[in-house]
Design a protein around this ligand. Sequence first.
Ligand SMILES: Nc1ncnc2c1ncn2[C@@H]1O[C@H](COP(=O)(O)OP(=O)(O)OP(=O)(O)O)[C@@H](O)[C@H]1O
Length: 249
Amino acid sequence: MSALALRGLTKFYGRKPAVFEVDLDVPVGSFYGLVGPNGAGKTTTLSMSSGLLRPTAGSVSVLGEDLWSNLAAGKRKLGILPDGARLFDRLSGAQLVTYAGLLQGIERAEIDRRRDELLDVLGLSDAATQLVVDYSAGMVKKISLACALVHAPRILLLDEPFEAVDPVSASVIRSILVDFTRGGGTVVVSSHVMDLVQRMCDHVAIIAEGRVKAAGTLADVRGGRSLEDRFVELVGGLPERSGLTWLMS
Ligand SMILES: Nc1ncnc2c1ncn2[C@@H]1O[C@H](COP(=O)(O)OP(=O)(O)OP(=O)(O)O)[C@@H](O)[C@H]1O
């Protein structure tokens, strides 16, 4: 059984498909990278897989259960880090994580314990009482990740989890995620950083123009080359020159 199985997943905005007939199987315990150029459909795919955006067509199955026919049950298994999510940023970081835990029905004493541990490992203990509105972009990312983790989900769906995060925090997050997969959890991350995906993920899907161009184990998708080379080959090459002659004089 897959942790996440997408079948014919499609989203139209007007007449234009943002995601078109995507089939994807994410094995249990895998660290799955979703890569693609800007506007490829990564966020739309993750949003539909997280129960945040209703698909136009197709299905999402979470550990064998259809997500969209029982959203509450499906969402309990998922920890999600949506892209540019609106947070209740007039709460402090600690309050926000507590709130996320309460929404998931976790006991208060357990939330307090997990929250303090999460803030500690993510280097946010000193900012625990600071309002999230006053956080930096990287701190917002980290507190959002704490909110995604507090209910100990089985699958993490993380949209650009490393964006704006400093290198030390990125390495802390990476080790949390690797440990999570070693314990049988499943991680799906979208990223633009090929090098990071190549080092971190064991599976990868290359998405462009709303379609899956290649998917499978990292080794299969790379086919002996670097992920970046494979990506450029599948998605389309770079222009030889920028053409911005007015900028060069
Ligand atoms: N709410 C919306 N209304 C109309 N079009 C949308 C909407 N959201 C996304 N799109 C379009 O859907 C396509 C896919 O967007 P999406 O945000 O999923 O791409 P992405 O791969 O996450 O891009 P990026 O790497 O830049 O974050 C784009 O063409 C985008 O313009």
